[in-house]
Design a protein around this ligand. Sequence first.
Ligand code: ADE
Ligand code: ZN
Length: 335
Amino acid sequence: MMDQDQIAALADLPKLELHLHFEGAAPPAFIRGLAQEKNVDLSGIFRKDGSYDYRDFVHFLSVYEAATSVLQSPQDFARLTTAVLEECAQNGVIYAETFLSPDFCGGSDVSAWKEYLHAIREAADAAQRDMGITLRGIATPIRHFGPEKARAAALCAAETADDWLVGLGMGGDENQGQQRDFAYAFDMAREAGLRLTSHAGEWRGPQEVRDAVEDLRVERIGHGVRAVEDLAVVDMLIERGITLEVCPGSNVFLGVYDRLDQHPIEKLRDRGVKVTVSTDDPPFFHTTMRREYSALAQTFGWDREVFDQITKNALEGAFCDTDTKTRLAKQLETA
Ligand code: ADE
Ligand code: ZN
């Protein structure tokens, strides 16, 4: 058994986070403040204690979209950037990739999207100077908005692909449609040089994970944990070197698994899958990167060696360029 000091030391390690929804990382107080400024009534989405209120995954998505409705301008997103990166930095995160939807940033209009990106990058550059944290963006089509909106989002992404906007990653309700319905959007993004990931194997089983790899040719999977239900799919992930963006606290909070000790992250890691650890939408799931690390150390006895491997997987699987990775590797060494 590890003692509390050992667990605290592991939770203090420098971290890389690959799966963080930008709007989903908004602290509830920040969203309430914006709602007040804009005279939007969001009282229905908060509990008395101030946290977000929802019943299940589908309701979570609609509360998420209601909260996002007060983020109405590039300036709002710049303020969100600072608020989110402060939280990340306090949790020892030195590098984060964030899902950022063109649908929520100017309605997938390319020139509006460029203005949002510009404001977010300026705030992220300031955070890098002030807090030593690096941010990169992954443009995010939302699955339950359908393939047509996904194409518009992918066009925004393709038009702005660069050293900051590094990927395309689909989120949203996995129970709607099929991965292949979004192949056109993913092809457009790949041709623009973007790296690819898609949520799969969170709500549907292993076939969905296989579909994301084969039909969309992604190199990472958001969640992917239910691949464990078919070892042939697990072995396919290993053979192809696919990185899983695993969000254990999210999965337990939303009821994919009842308890962390039933979560397959350890089994997947032990078999040789490149797993990483992220928070998904931290205030919605009452989690932080520190809490994720503590809980994993406590539940699975993960030690320094395991967390070093997790960090290495994240650095290798990150979508940023080689110079950034070299800089992050140095930052990890000196931390
Ligand atoms: N959008 C925000 N969080 C998500 C999740 N856990 N799954 C799918 N889409 C999301
Ligand atoms: Zn997610």
